[in-house]
Write a protein that binds this ligand. Structure first.
Ligand SMILES: [Zn+2]
Length: 402
């Protein structure tokens, strides 16, 4: 136990039932969003109880009500389905997994960590990012005749609302704020910052949020561009910039606030969309083989934030419609953990209906998408091969360590 943990009051709560490792991990991760009075929630080794770390000054009664509600919903929404594995690759490199990859990349000058969930990178990291992104783009082009595109990093709230994002992940949304159009408010802000040490933020009533957000899921900005159209079997691919607010969970390349996703969206009939998903699996396999990593594609387990109603419906279908790419890496504690490095999704006609996109039969079109979290792939590659070029596949090493 960390020394600084001792300043928190610890309260033990019973979970509604026994949870598995995966659910325990999700409960701990999302616990930063439960209450300002809760530092963390940890699931005990028995997987039946959890410890709530209450911050000094917080009302324990208040905080426990929220913790109980949260645990109840999280444990229920995630329980009771079986994980199916669709693809599994094994690396040829027999060397051990590399610990402290983030620190190693920073030490070598290949990465700069700003400390708030953004990183800058160059050298081998940048070249590996490009290699994975370019190869994925090439394979998508070949297999799906995917058209290249570009989409903005900001997205309006109405689009996010239409996409159902506020219902599923309200905790991850980032709104863009601006100073109100008022000469006094602007002057006050300017003066406060003119010779200050560090930035002074404007007061809340001098900031307006007009519904621009930072895009939290790569595929969303694609759908409004198809509104009113009839789409009969088309695929689009691009590198998207994605933002998910992670509160205190940020950590190196493991959990960024801002990251890049190589996205593929396919739109058309149900047969077309299902065929696209089937073709996406061997592409993930090929990418994993290119960089020689252990990797799995399996039933998804990422939770909705503390809502049973939205989540239940979702999970009933989830085994069928959402698969996750899991790549082993090392956690902060040095234990192997399964890093979610992307997903393969079928959306049915959800986006077709919401954005008025039709298939050739005049009915709302079906859609699906594949997203690859590029920075996590990079983290997984360095974890599985370390910093010594000889452990990497020859052609990859020649390209990235050149
Ligand atoms: Zn998507």
């Amino acid at each position: 136990m960390n020394k600084h943990m001792t300043e928190f009051e610890e309260v033990v709560l019973e979970l509604p039932g026994e949870v598995d490792d995966e659910v325990a991990g999700d409960i701990e991760k999302e616990s930063v969003f439960v209450s300002p009075g809760i530092e963390r929630i940890r699931v005990n080794a028995d997987h039946k109880t959890a410890r709530i770390f209450v911050r000094p000054g917080a009302s324990v009664d208040d905080v426990m009500g929220k913790a109980r509600r949260y645990l109840d919903v999280m444990a229920k929404q995630l329980s009771g389905f079986e994980i199916k594995v669709f693809v599994e690759t094994r690396r040829r490199d027999r060397g051990p997994y590399q610990a402290d990859v983030n620190e190693g990349l920073v030490q070598r000058g290949w990465m700069h960590d700003y400390g708030k969930g953004q990183v800058a990178y160059s050298g081998p990291v940048l070249r590996l990012v490009k290699l994975i992104n370019d190869r994925a783009g090439e394979l998508y082009g070949k297999a799906f005749d995917a058209k290249d595109g570009h989409f903005p990093a900001m997205i309006d709230a109405d689009t996010l609302h239409k996409c159902g994002y506020f219902d599923s992940h309200p905790n991850a949304v980032t709104f863009v704020g601006n100073i109100i159009e008022d000469i006094d408010a602007l002057e006050e802000f300017r003066l406060a910052n003119s010779c200050s040490e560090g930035a002074h933020m404007p007061p809340h009533d001098h900031v307006h949020i007009d519904g621009m957000c930072l895009n939290p899921a790569a595929c969303f900005p694609c759908y409004p561009t198809l509104t009113g159209r009839t789409v009969d079997g088309e695929a689009y691919s691009w590198l998207g910039r994605v933002f998910r607010y992670e509160s205190r969970n940020i950590r190196g390349l493991d959990r960024l606030y801002e990251f890049n996703v190589r996205e593929l969206v396919f739109v058309g009939s149900e047969d077309y969309v299902r065929a696209c998903r089937a073709k996406a699996l061997p592409i993930v396999e090929e990418l994993a083989a290119m960089v020689d990593i252990d990797c799995k594609v399996q039933t998804a387990t990422d939770p909705f934030f503390a809502t049973v109603s939205a989540a239940k419906k979702f999970w009933q279908a989830a085994q069928e419609v959402k698969n996750e790419i899991k790549i082993p890496a090392l956690g902060a504690d040095g234990e192997v953990k399964q890093l979610a490095c992307g997903s393969i999704n079928l959306h049915g006609n959800f986006f077709g209906k919401r954005f008025d996109i039709k298939g050739s039969d005049g009915e709302p079109a079906q859609t699906g998408c594949v997203g690859l979290g590029i920075e996590r792939w990079v983290l997984a590659c360095f974890t599985q091969h370390g910093f010594e070029p000889s452990r990497w596949p020859k052609d990859v090493a020649a390209k990235i360590f050149a």
